[in-house]
Write a protein that binds this ligand. Structure first.
Ligand SMILES: [Zn+2]
Length: 427
């Protein structure tokens, strides 16, 4: 049975669906399927029609009750089927193409975490961050420089420190996203390996955020950066206390500086709107253009495909694989559905995206690569010397140092390779 063959006595059954408590500013209610991340927006009589259909009222009765045309109701049913909301049609089970989600701590009641959303806490944390900023202006010597990457003669420990500190900082950032997502009543899980352009990243995957009011969504996006800023502020105050009271923090002082350096570089990276960062999420939500990233990728891919070139064919191929793939085309909004405003967003965002790509490349070439090539070169020297003197422990340390340096590059390489094999765009 298809929507075109609906009979007046046809009854539909649905998967578990949840509706947002309030409509958004344009009058649309958000709906999401709870065992997947399928979502849709409905307004007007469609909201009532879905509510009636969900209680088992037949198509003909809904039509009569709401006084809508047959074709319009058929269109709605087709839309609901496309959105993977409908389980059966006239007693006939429909094939389910939806992708199930596997959220973490799905059973944990959000009420346990709502204290995280309290205003006094947020104001307190913001003031604490501001106090740290003031302190850093008055004592700029507390802040690290790039030289802090190389804080010890024994470069093995320098590399281990960067690795561990980066892991801790990133894990705290993602944990903050995860916990605030739970607190606002949505679901999430953390993916440990993903890439944004040439960077290896951890990502918190959110589900059902569409049901959450906008200001709370911003909080979810920004919570990761907030917790990192709070920690930096805490460290700066610790340095101040140590200086004032004459404490010797020893190694902890150095590790704290590496933490601040790695975290500040990570925070700068968040401004790289190109890479679907937290600030990108805020921007996309602010403009109300949920599919901004995918839509822009598709548009750029289409432009690239039109590029007539023989000299730069290789570059065209690489870039096309970066932006365009079947899943991008499938997920993007259809061209004729885009409003003028949305087209303008795509145009502006494409420019930001170009800047971001450039910035990302620059930070890779100017900061990461020189540092890592230095570590690799030194690691190679140490390994050679250890081999010559037949010192097993020293050889192990040198090899581990090289592996920890190479690990992000290997990770990104493997992920891009896997995405290309699945015929996905790799950006
Ligand atoms: Zn984040």
């Amino acid at each position: 049975m298809t929507p075109e063959t609906l009979l007046p006595d046809t009854v539909l059954t649905f998967y578990p669906i949840q509706r947002s408590s309030w409509p958004d500013e344009t009058g649309y209610y958000a709906y999401t399927r709870l065992d997947t991340d399928d979502s849709m927006l409905l307004d007007g009589w469609r909201v009532q029609a879905l509510a009636l259909l969900q209680t088992g009222v037949s198509v003909g009765d809904v039509q009569a009750a709401l006084g809508v045309a047959e074709e319009e109701l058929q269109e709605l049913v087709a839309f609901l089927i496309d959105g993977h909301f409908v389980q059966s049609l006239g007693g006939e089970l429909l094939p389910d193409a939806a992708e199930p989600i596997r959220p973490w701590l799905a059973q944990l009641p959000p009420e346990r975490l709502t204290w995280l959303l309290s205003k006094p806490l947020l104001v307190g944390l913001s003031l604490f961050v501001a106090s740290g900023l003031v302190l850093s202006l008055r004592h700029p010597n507390y802040l690290p420089s790039l030289a802090n990457f190389f804080w010890t003669e024994d470069l093995f420990w320098a590399v281990v420190a960067i690795f561990v500190v980066d892991l801790v900082s990133t894990a705290l950032h993602e944990a903050a996203h995860f916990i605030t997502t739970k607190a606002v009543g949505a679901q999430a899980r953390i993916r440990f390996f993903d890439n944004r352009f040439l960077d290896l990243v951890m990502v918190t995957e959110h589900y059902h955020l569409i049901l959450v009011p906008k200001p709370l969504r911003y909080y979810v996006y920004l919570s990761g950066m907030l917790i990192q800023l709070v920690l930096i502020s805490g460290l700066l105050w610790l340095y101040w206390l140590a200086e004032t009271l004459g404490w010797d923090l020893g190694l902890w002082h150095t590790l704290g500086q590496v933490f601040i350096l790695v975290t500040l570089l990570g925070l700068l990276w968040q401004f790289n709107l190109f890479l679907e960062t937290d600030l990108y999420n805020v921007l996309a939500d602010f403009t109300g253009h949920q599919n901004l990233y995918i839509n822009t990728k598709k548009r750029i891919g289409e432009r690239l495909a039109q590029w007539q070139t023989s000299h730069w064919r290789w570059l065209q191929t690489i870039l096309l694989k970066a932006f365009l793939s079947e899943d991008v085309v499938a997920q993007a909004d259809e061209e004729h559905h885009l409003t003028t405003r949305e087209r303008r967003h795509i145009h502006h965002y494409a420019l930001l995206l170009g800047c971001g790509l450039f910035m990302s490349l620059l930070s890779l070439l100017l900061v990461q690569l020189p540092r890592d090539l230095f570590f690799l070169w030194k690691g190679g020297q140490l390994a050679g010397a250890a081999l010559w003197r037949q010192e097993g422990l020293a050889l192990g340390k040198a090899l581990l140092m090289m592996l920890l340096t190479l690990y992000p590059y290997l990770g990104v390489g493997l992920i891009i390779f896997a995405k290309l094999r699945r015929r996905q765009s790799y950006l």
